[in-house]
Design a protein around this ligand. Structure first.
Ligand code: ASP
Length: 320
């Protein structure tokens, strides 16, 4: 991997319902994130820096279910999580159960680089954030409070018995506010990295940890294969170790696009049903990109040397 690579970044803002009013801020958000990450790559910066800064932009935007604007759990509290992985060293860092850290992805990187661990949650993680002077920010927004009340009402009226949410989602599409954010990148040195950040599934049980901070499930990066970030129903990605599966496909010679398509096929085949929405982005070791989803939408974008400006999509695809 010593030859110079053309850098590329792919960013997602989640596989959520993305209704009309919210789609514009979503698309603007992913574009801004991709520009920030690509600027770093263009100047010779690392893939790890690039994905971290791209994700931090989306954590600050208020348009996504990550950082400021995170979804509320069933106790009406935010419990954020994030992860990051360096494909060169296979080092990874992840955090969970964070209440008010402004940029969970920055704390994930601290876990990766300043501790001997991969995954630290709750009080211990908050303590580290304090040691490293990370900023705090109250993440609850008016919009999330409104969604919470609607979702809770439906739950109390007996239209949901978690986790069998399929019927509820039909009546309350805003339950599917799966606007987790993620980024994957390849830098000039040929190193790949991935990062993912989320408030988690709306109305989740307190203490529930999803795919986003779970290495191999929501995030994976390996220079010998590529990098992947997932969004969607976390439990599906966990049961299939989905991001690692995408990297394994790439490691076995598939392009990034073939790999994400195969992984979505795997979801549909092995865990069929209406409650299996997933979205995936990937970059392979050659800088080819891929995005695929069986969710109603996927908000995503990419920048490569050929495109210069971000090419952003609110891709919609209905899979039977
Ligand atoms: N994957 C996230 C989770 O289950 C949700 C999302 O993608 O928005 O926590």
């Amino acid at each position: 991997m010593s030859e110079v690579r053309k850098p590329v970044i792919v960013v997602h803002g989640g596989a959520g319902a993305w209704n009309h009013e919210r789609s514009q801020p979503g698309l603007e958000g992913v574009k801004k994130a991709a520009k920030t990450g690509f600027e770093i790559l263009k100047h010779g910066g690392s893939a790890v820096d690039s994905v971290m800064e791209a994700v931090a932009v989306m954590e600050d935007a208020g348009a996504f279910n990550a950082g400021y604007g995170s979804s509320l759990n069933i106790d009406k509290r935010v419990e954020m999580e994030a992860s990051i992985m360096d494909g060169k060293t296979l080092q990874a860092g992840a955090v969970g159960l964070l209440e008010d850290i402004r940029n969970p992805v920055r704390l994930a990187r601290i876990i990766m680089e300043k501790t001997d661990h991969v995954f630290v949650v709750g009080e211990g993680a908050e303590k580290l954030a304090e040691m490293f002077d990370l900023e705090r920010r109250e993440p609850t927004t008016e919009l999330r409070l409104k969604y919470y009340e609607n979702q809770r009402k439906a739950l109390l009226e007996g239209r949901s018995r978690l986790p069998r949410l399929a019927n509820l989602v039909e009546n309350y599409p805003e339950l599917f506010t799966l606007e987790t954010v993620g980024a994957v990148a390849l830098d000039k040195e040929g190193n790949v990295a991935a990062a993912t950040s989320t408030g988690g599934f709306p109305l989740k049980l307190p203490g529930r940890i999803g795919d986003s901070p779970s290495i191999g499930c929501g995030t994976y990066a390996d220079n010998q294969a590529g990098a992947c970030s997932a969004t969607g129903v976390g439990e599906i990605a966990m049961r299939l170790v989905l991001s690692k599966s995408v990297c394994d496909f790439m490691g076995n010679g598939k392009t990034a696009e073939e790999a994400v398509e195969l992984a979505i096929e795997l979801v549909n085949r092995r865990i069929p049903g209406t409650y299996n929405s997933m979205g995936l982005i990937a970059v392979d070791a050659y800088g080819r990109i891929g995005a695929a989803h069986n969710s109603p939408n996927l908000c995503w974008t990419y920048i490569s040397p050929e495109t210069k400006e971000p090419v952003a999509y609110l891709a919609a695809k209905i899979v039977e």
